[in-house]
Ligand binder design. Structure first.
Ligand SMILES: *[C@@H]1O[C@H](CO)[C@@H](O)[C@H](O)[C@H]1NC(C)=O
Ligand SMILES: *[C@@H]1O[C@H](CO)[C@@H](O)[C@H](O)[C@H]1NC(C)=O
Ligand SMILES: *[C@@H]1O[C@H](CO)[C@@H](O)[C@H](O)[C@H]1NC(C)=O
Ligand SMILES: *[C@@H]1O[C@H](CO)[C@@H](O)[C@H](O)[C@H]1NC(C)=O
Ligand SMILES: *[C@@H]1O[C@H](CO)[C@@H](O)[C@H](O)[C@H]1NC(C)=O
Ligand SMILES: *[C@@H]1O[C@H](CO)[C@@H](O)[C@H](O)[C@H]1NC(C)=O
Ligand SMILES: *[C@@H]1O[C@H](CO)[C@@H](O)[C@H](O)[C@H]1NC(C)=O
Length: 445
């Protein structure tokens, strides 16, 4: 990191070649918008097997980021959190408009980071993206931020050049972006509910590396003040993710539209809620208090300490993350779940290869005339029980033909991934610091 920072200082004069424009004001009240989310691998013609393999590879990168924290000396943990956020690969892209006149881009929605950014022209170093770079010189509402602005102060590594705030942001997979912190008018929503919001602080990236998965930037939905949620006065959003293999796009609801009322009416299951927990070492991420796991109606004997956040170094705990596909459980918890599945499922256990991420797999289809009962899986949280439908935790892996548990082991904390959120409406209510969820037919919303 110091190398990039030093390099950046040399490039500062080059970064500053665009001019600012007039400032706009807006009071933000009870607004909201609805948006569609496109899976990063949609429309690329991948087979089911390729889709799974790609999702698993991305999930691994995000888990590796978390685990890299565990290798640090205790005193360094907080500093590390300031440098590293989860790996930049996400799972869902969201449409957004930037500037005046509006240019449209799709950006990775990321609940594991804060910054909103896109690649800007003229670019010193950019990665491939499907649309032309955003050019601040062509927008009448672009305004770079000064070094004493609140946005600049919210950065962990601000640099200042001729009183212009220069940002640098590092992702755990060694992707990074650096450029000018600026205010701009953003447009979010869909054709019927576009909302235009002036004065959104964002990173105009001139020096970028890593992968953008066919997006043109990122929209941070984390808990920090620079995220979209942090910048708008309506800190609630929800999403409803369609089935992983469905061509129907998923939905995001922001602000006033983020409510579970309409969906709870259509199902008999009650809305469940559990408080968010703050981990000072990773303040951006949405930690939950997982308390236990039941398989086939039996509460597994897992020491609650397995799910706890270590107060000394910030490792452990449970994150909910829309950017990780499969769920990772801390070693001892995964071992207990695996053992329970093996003892309750009468099918032969498959001998999977070392490289396979899903390693709790059974022979499939079952022998003729044999009836198979698959155990129910419930994740217990402080105040809520997340009873998963079968299709949210078992799948037939096309590469082996085996019936596999869609979970893997983690040597650090646990991550509740998006595969487990399919066909649930999931509400992040930051005002009340609660995560709520209810089953919902997401393809019909
Ligand atoms: C908006 O509508 C246009 C045509 O009316 C369509 O081509 C485009 O895909 C729509 N965009 C979104 C985000 O729905
Ligand atoms: C940037 O936007 C914020 C939020 O709308 C506003 O408070 C601030 O004054 C703006 N700064 C500039 C330099 O336009
Ligand atoms: C981008 O999309 C194209 C097709 O739409 C696909 O072939 C390509 O693999 C995608 N690239 C990445 C990095 O996802
Ligand atoms: C819907 O939910 C909102 C916020 O959760 C609540 O204020 C409102 O009363 C609810 N409306 C109905 C009809 O239940
Ligand atoms: C918490 O982290 C510290 C420092 O890494 C370590 O010494 C300690 O054993 C950990 N505590 C638990 C309960 O794992
Ligand atoms: C599983 O694979 C290992 C390593 O290849 C082998 O030693 C073992 O015998 C296999 N077990 C079964 C039941 O096939
Ligand atoms: C987690 O939930 C349990 C059970 O409700 C509670 O006793 C514990 O204090 C909670 N821990 C945190 C960190 O909130």
């Amino acid at each position: 990191m110091p190398t990039l920072a030093a390099f950046l200082v040399l490039l500062l004069p080059l970064l500053l070649s665009a001019v600012g424009a007039a400032e706009a004001e807006l009071t933000r009240g009870g607004f909201g918008f609805k948006a569609t989310l496109t899976h990063v691998d949609a429309n690329a013609g991948y087979t089911e097997e390729q889709l799974l393999a790609r999702a698993v590879r991305r999930s691994r990168a995000r888990v590796a980021t978390l685990q890299s924290l565990a290798a640090l000396a205790p005193g360094d943990a907080i500093t590390a959190a300031r440098i590293l956020v989860l790996a930049s690969d996400g799972e869902y892209l969201m449409e957004m408009g930037i500037g005046t006149p509006t240019r449209y881009y799709s950006a990775i929605l990321d609940t594991g980071s804060d910054l909103i950014w896109t690649q800007c022209a003229p670019c010193l170093l950019c990665v491939d993206q499907p649309t032309p770079y955003f050019d601040p010189a062509q927008s009448s509402t672009y305004k770079s931020l000064g070094c004493s602005s609140p946005g600049c102060n919210a950065l962990y590594y601000p640099l200042c050049y001729q009183n212009v705030c220069v940002y640098q942001y590092f992702y755990g997979d060694s992707a990074s972006t650096a450029g000018i912190l600026a205010n701009e008018t953003f447009t979010f929503g869909t054709n019927d509910t576009w909302v235009t919001l002036p004065g959104i602080s964002f990173g105009c990236g001139r020096l970028n590396s890593g992968s953008l998965a066919n997006g043109s930037g990122m929209v941070g939905f984390g808990r920090g003040s620079l995220s979209l949620v942090g910048q708008l006065g309506s800190p609630r959003f929800s999403y409803c993710l369609t089935s992983f293999l469905s061509p129907v796009r998923s939905r995001l609801y922001f602000g006033a539209y983020a409510t579970l009322n309409s969906t709870s009416a259509s199902t008999s299951a009650p809305v469940q809620s559990t408080p968010f927990v703050v981990n000072p070492a990773l303040p951006t991420m949405y930690f939950l208090n997982m308390t236990g796991i039941s398989v086939g109606g039996y509460l597994l004997p897992i020491d609650p300490a397995v799910f706890a956040i270590n107060d000394t170094d910030g490792t452990g705990g449970t994150i909910i993350d829309s950017g990780t596909t499969i769920t990772y459980l801390a070693d001892p918890a995964y071992g207990a779940v695996r053992a329970a599945f093996v003892s309750q499922i009468t099918l032969p256990l498959l001998n999977v290869t070392d490289t396979s991420v899903l390693d709790t797999c059974f022979q499939w289809p079952p022998p003729p005339l044999q009836s198979v009962t698959l155990p129910q899986l419930v994740l217990h949280f402080d105040g809520a029980d997340w009873e998963l439908p079968l299709q949210n935790y078992m799948l037939v892996d096309p590469s082996t033909g085996g019936l596999c548990l869609v979970m893997a082991t983690s040597s650090d904390g646990s991550i509740l991934g998006s595969y487990q959120h399919q066909n649930f409406n999931v509400l992040y209510d930051l005002e009340n610091s609660l995560l709520s969820f209810v089953p919902a037919p997401c393809n019909l919303m």
